[in-house]
Design a protein. Structure first.
Length: 395
């Protein structure tokens, strides 16, 4: 290995292919391809002496021919790929690869979102049919639904919350640099979320920044980001664009940058949620209720039943608790755990900066999340960590 990030990830992708084929059988796999930054040769990395730290993940798509049990195939692949070593004496790949397993029908039914939009113009086929990525031609940037902006921000909150816990528990300097990169990337994604709502998303980060500057100069992004937030975005974009220099000169500035970025992302999430919902109060607790489909009992009970089946839990036992659990969508409640974790932590650190009714959030959201995780066997550790672990293992 020569220290080239693309070659390192290419070799790792080859190991993923071998693992998938060994797990599912060559005859069952129609195609394996990768998209995202790797396919565009846009890889975030940091070099120190003879060692290289890689911060970009691999977005891998596995298409099966005629799967009989897609969920079982996904679990097997996830378990075995997660066990692959990502560190040697010369490099470390920090993020786990994101490996999705699909049938043709399942792939074609995927929602149009940033990850699916970028496939057609940026992919590398690793195994099998070279035609399968062409199925992504129907995923158009202009067709991304506005709620995908909230999904994007919620994913960033979950990532920040998870990694910050590891940093606080004393991870290595390399991991702290990786966390700093995630904060920078998350800051730029505030612009990505705005552009999704404006139906102007582009797979290239540089193009997104150019587009945002253009629409802002024309006044079309008014109300999404105040001036101090725009300055924070520009600072994050400059940091990502010159990552080596930024991390060499980091000097303990991660904490302040994290506070700025979290505040900005919370403000953008609240603004977008306010625009997409019919919530008139503007209260965080009411927006969380809307996002978690509070009171939609029939749909929430169906989700609970599906979760129980997927996790081989007694559906009767789970549904006995539905009077409490089905007050919120279990899937959305789990997805929001990172957002609420960051929200409550920021409110505790800066009471004047995040106005919210904590008691309403704790009663209407946190209590349900606590019971939900316990019901499905996630009983150890802090509540938000349990929820993130459950969401990761069931989504």
């Amino acid at each position: 290995m020569n220290g080239d990030p693309h070659q390192i990830l290419s070799s790792f992708a080859g190991r993923i292919v071998d693992t998938v084929l060994g797990c599912l059988g060559d005859g069952e796999v129609q195609s394996i391809f990768v998209s995202g930054g790797f396919a565009r040769n846009d890889i975030a990395a940091f070099r120190r002496a003879e060692f290289i730290e890689i911060y970009s993940d691999l977005d891998v798509y596995v298409i099966l021919r005629h799967p009989r049990d897609l969920d079982r195939a996904r679990r097997r692949v996830a378990r075995q790929v997660a066990a692959l070593p990502r560190e040697t004496g010369t490099y470390r790949i920090f993020p786990e690869p994101d490996v999705g397993v699909y049938s043709e029908e399942d792939f074609r039914k995927q929602k149009t979102r940033p990850g699916t939009v970028e496939i057609i113009d940026g992919h590398v086929v690793l195994h099998g049919s070279k035609k399968t990525p062409e199925w992504a031609r129907g995923f158009l940037a202009s067709a991304i639904d506005s709620p995908e902006a909230l999904y994007l921000l919620e994913n960033r909150f979950a990532e920040i919350a998870e990694l910050s816990g590891r940093v606080e528990r004393g991870e290595s300097d390399g991991f702290r640099r990786y966390f700093h990169y995630v904060i920078l990337k998350s800051g730029v994604d505030a612009v990505t979320a705005v552009l999704i709502v404006l139906r102007l998303f582009h797979p290239s980060r540089a193009e997104r920044m150019k587009t945002f500057r253009d629409v802002r100069s024309r006044g079309e992004a008014r109300g999404f980001l105040p001036e101090d937030a725009v300055a924070c975005v520009e600072r994050c974009y400059e940091g990502v664009s010159n990552l080596q220099g930024t991390l060499e000169d980091e000097r303990g500035r991660s904490a302040a940058l994290r506070r700025d970025v979290e505040s900005m992302l919370l403000a953008v999430w609240k603004t977008i949620a306010g625009r997409l919902s019919s919530v008139e109060t503007g209260e965080w607790s009411d927006l969380l209720d809307w996002r978690c489909k509070a009171g939609r009992w029939a749909g929430n009970i169906r989700e609970l039943s599906a979760l129980a089946k997927r996790m081989s839990r007694s559906r009767i036992d789970v549904l006995r608790r539905s009077r409490r659990l089905a007050g919120l969508s279990p899937i959305d409640a789990l997805r929001l755990s990172g957002t609420v974790d960051v929200l409550l932590r920021r409110a505790g650190e800066d009471p004047a900066g995040v106005a919210l009714r904590r008691s309403a959030i704790e009663e209407r959201y946190v209590c349900v999340l606590d019971e939900l995780t316990h019901t499905f066997g996630y009983a150890s550790g802090p509540i938000f960590e349990r929820a993130r672990r459950m969401f990761k293992e069931t989504s």
